[in-house]
Structures are given as structure tokens and as C-alpha cells.
Write a protein that binds this ligand. Structure first.
Ligand code: KG4
Ligand code: ZN
Length: 329
């Protein structure tokens, strides 16, 4: 079995995954959302202190598995360095004391592998990764060792734009679920400009849209519901417009939407429609594995274990940012 730890942002989570069957045996997560909500976003120093309390609490519950552990895996990049450190320190201590190898996991690849938790599907997939820190289109051929980046954002991320709009409307954090819920009771009557509509390039940008929402709020004539619905429509249309451009040159057989914002049902609906038109399978993680969790870290760690993809404990370093190999379209 592999014990995996996730602490890249504001979720403390530990999982146990069986290597042979790839099945998830134990999974627990303690989220700090409510605490950070008071500040309108994640406060790194506070998050790190909360991990220090939560991780040992969860670890206590996994003790019965210790004699069967063959490796310990931990998210080591990308994320907030002070919070990543909490998980990495714990993983190093376990690796030394139990005398088992250490696996350093890229959190973004972890999100991709959230679709493989307790499921067997093809590992040739195109991926839309939409989270608080990232908006990327990635292409994976035959597993995690061959991932290329097809597109990314030049400023804010998709999830982050929901967080910022929620904050501007005086609502809580994380903004994604709040704005999605609010939008259900609103109408998309405001014609927000779709970012980079005229640009032939396949890349994303959310800062202009955020600014347009700010100006609409200042006008004081629209309801919060209508602002949420109009913003959400434009934010999703930006993604689908760029995807349509991409599918003209590269159409996938399997298309996965992963990351915290993949929980957005409107986004899922739009991608489903595209799947019917361009004839690809649409794959999502289960809702409980969309946001950060250690189950996805454990699942990728199983594949890394099979490749003996280990790292020495004195060489494992926290990396706040990571780059993928880029493919020019
Ligand atoms: O993957 P995740 O849990 O953490 C990061 O790695 O960033 O993603 C969190 C992000 C937040 O920005 C949150 O507002 C967004 O995902 N999110 C959503 C929805 N649920 C969460 N964005 C849009 N619609 C949602 N339903
Ligand atoms: Zn994440």
C-alpha cells in the first residue's frame, strides 16, 4: 500500500491506496475553507499552521496500515511553499522511520489522475485543468511521463476569477460554488466581452472579464444573480471558444475536465455538448475528487511506484511552480 499526503493549499488530506488493485482503501480530508473565508482568500501562514494540526490527526487514523506500507507519496509541487512543506516534512519523516521509498508528486498530474480513482480508463487523454491556480489544456499520451501543455492562461485562472467576482460581490470563499448557485436564479442579461475573442491564439485570460464585472457592479443597476449568471456564461464561453479552435487541428478521443472548478455543472454541460458534436468521450472525476485531495495523489503514486520513480529524502524539494513541455499549435 501507499500512503499519500496532500497539503498544497488549504486542504489537509491523507489516503491509503492498494498498489496491486489500485483501489482506494482510506481517504480523509480536513478543509480549511471556512476559516479562510473570513479573509476572502487563503492566508498561507495560517494554512500552514492548520496543516500542522490536521495532518497528524488524520495520520493517527492510518496507523493500522503502517506495517503494509511500501512507499509514502506527497505533493511537492506546485502550490504554496509554506503549506507544501508541511506535507513534505511529514512524508520525509515517515519515509525515514518506516524505511520505505519516497515519491514526490506534481499536484497538477494528481488532478489528472483523479479520473482514474477506482476506475479503469484509457490513459491517452486531452485534459482541461481548471482550478484556483491554473487553467490549462494538457495532452497525456500513455501515462504521466508524457504530458504536453497545449494552452494556458496569461493572467488569472478560471477558478480564481470566480473567487474574485464573489469577493467583489461581498460574498464568501471559495467563490466557484457560490457564484454557480447564485447564477441559477439569475439571467445572463449583461453582455460581458468574451476574452481574446478576436485572437487566433489558443490561450486564456480572465483579468479583463474580472474588470468588466467590477465596472458592472459599480453601475449599481444589476442584481447579484444576474451579474453571476452573465459572468459565468462569459467565463465558460471563453473556454469553449478556444476549445473549438483547438479541435479544428486536434480532436481528442477522450477529454477530461479536472481540478476544483470541474465541479461546475454548467461547464460540464457545455463540454458534454461539444463531446457530442466532435465525437469524444467526456470524463470527469467524481465530485468528491474534484477539489484537492490525497486520493488522487495516491492514484498517480501507484503508477510512479510501478516505474520505481522514487526520490531521495534529501533531494526532495518543494517547488511552488512547475512547467510542462509545451507543444506549439
Ligand atoms: O483544485 P482546487 O480545489 O484547488 C487548487 O488547486 O486551486 O480548486 C479550487 C478552485 C477555487 O478557485 C474555486 O472557486 C473553484 O476551484 N471552484 C469552482 C467551482 N467549485 C470550485 N469554480 C467554478 N465553479 C464551481 N462550481
Ligand atoms: Zn488543486
Amino acid at each position: 500500500m501507499i500512503l499519500s499526503i496532500e497539503s498544497s493549499c488549504d486542504d489537509s488530506s491523507i489516503a491509503i491506496t492498494d498498489i496491486k488493485s489500485k483501489k482506494l482503501l482510506f481517504h480523509k480530508k480536513i478543509s480549511q475553507e471556512l476559516i479562510h473565508s473570513e479573509y476572502g482568500g487563503v492566508v498561507p501562514e495560517l494554512a500552514s499552521r492548520l496543516h500542522l494540526e490536521a495532518l497528524p490527526k488524520i495520520l493517527e487514523e492510518t496507523k493500522e496500515f503502517f506495517p503494509k506500507l511500501k512507499a509514502v507519496a506527497v505533493t511537492s509541487s506546485p502550490g504554496l511553499s509554506v503549506t507544501l512543506n508541511e506535507g513534505v516534512m511529514m512524508a520525509k519523516a515517515l519515509s525515514i522511520s518506516l524505511n520505505i521509498p519516497l515519491i514526490g508528486v506534481n499536484h497538477l498530474i494528481g488532478h489528472i489522475y483523479s479520473v482514474f480513482i477506482d476506475k479503469e480508463i484509457s490513459n491517452d487523454i486531452m485534459i482541461l485543468l481548471v482550478s484556483g491556480g491554473h487553467t490549462k489544456i494538457l495532452d497525456m499520451q500513455n501515462g504521466y511521463q508524457n504530458i504536453t501543455e497545449l494552452a494556458t492562461t496569461i493572467d488569472d485562472s478560471f477558478g480564481e476569477s470566480f473567487d474574485k467576482v464573489s469577493k467583489m460581490l461581498g460574498l464568501g470563499y471559495p467563490g466557484g460554488p457560490i457564484i454557480e448557485e447564485l447564477a441559477k436564479n439569475g439571467e445572463a442579461i449583461i453582455d460581458f466581452p468574451i476574452p481574446l475573442r478576436q485572437s487566433p491564439e489558443i490561450k486564456f485570460s480572465y483579468s479583463g472579464l474580472k474588470n468588466a464585472v467590477r465596472l458592472a457592479i459599480l453601475e449599481n443597476k444589476y442584481s447579484k444573480e444576474d451579474i453571476a449568471a452573465s459572468f459565468q456564461k462569459a467565463a465558460i464561453e471563453h473556454l469553449t471558444m478556444k476549445l473549438k479552435k483547438l479541435f479544428k487541428t486536434k480532436t481528442p478521443n477522450n477529454f477530461a475536465i479536472v481540478g476544483g472548478a470541474s465541479a461546475n455543472l454548467k461547464l460540464r454541460e457545455e463540454i458534454e455538448n461539444m463531446g457530442k458534436k466532435y465525437r469524444f468521450n467526456v470524463i470527469y472525476p467524481e465530485l468528491k475528487y474534484c477539489s484537492d485531495n490525497a486520493a488522487m495523489i495516491g492514484r498517480i503514486a501507484v503508477d510512479m511506484y510501478e516505474n520505481q520513480d522514487f526520490v531521495n529524502y534529501n533531494e526532495l524539494k518543494v517547488q511552488p511552480r512547475v512547467e510542462f513541455k509545451k507543444e506549439n499549435l
